[in-house]
Design a protein around this ligand. Sequence first.
Ligand SMILES: Nc1ncnc2c1ncn2[C@@H]1O[C@H](COP(=O)(O)OP(=O)(O)O)[C@@H](O)[C@H]1O
Ligand SMILES: [Mg+2]
Length: 238
Amino acid sequence: MIMPIPRVRTFVRGLDEKMEGGIPKGSVNLICGTAGTMKSSLAYSILYHNSINAGIPGLYVTLEQDPRSLLTHMKKLNMKERAVDIVSFNDIKEKVKERKVENWIQKLSGYLKEMKDEKKYELLVLDSLNALYSLTTIEDVRAEIYFFFKSLSDLGFTSLLISEMPPEGGRYGEYGVEEFLSDGIIHLLFQRRGGILTSLERYIGIVKMRATNHDTHYFPLLYQEGGFTIYTREDLEL
Ligand SMILES: Nc1ncnc2c1ncn2[C@@H]1O[C@H](COP(=O)(O)OP(=O)(O)O)[C@@H](O)[C@H]1O
Ligand SMILES: [Mg+2]
């Protein structure tokens, strides 16, 4: 008998059933989109709801936004409990200052290993990959990104790596190798709607999810009543 792959729920209403129940445990996933598509909100919400509803501990590493500003935003989205541990660049810098390695990818991997041993985190968000790249000189792009992704899965994290795409779209990752090296890609998108009174609508699509028979539609994505919801064709036909 083939055992089902253990999965981590996204808690996005309607989405998990479109992907065999969730993200495969231990996988490395990109959450991609242009600025303002709610990448950080989605990633945080996955950690938040896993902690609150399933008791699964998560660590949110923010190299971009100040933790206080992140928390203020999440409180506005009705995620008010202290359910997720957040660490900033400064917290990490303080912890790794003794380490001899110069390369920030290696420093971060070392730091995450310690955190995993100490606190048994199962879920990890890195916000963002672009910010990590900006801290370091990457000489052999493919090898170093491969090393980083592999170190995350070897540590046993289910990882959500935020990747900020340029406004004109294009690659899911800055170097064009992330989309091959990752196990999954969740893409957040804005679409303009209407005539003079143009408005932006949000969409979510599962572009890639290894070992998963997933739906490939882009679904309208809404944030309401403290959580994300997708709308499917069946919902819209009602
Ligand atoms: N209730 C809300 N309160 C605050 N911002 C909201 C709310 N609902 C939606 N947003 C949107 O969240 C966006 C920021 O989300 P964020 O996750 O920081 O985006 P990203 O990380 O992709 O840049 C804001 O630009 C705003 O449009
Ligand atoms: Mg963000």
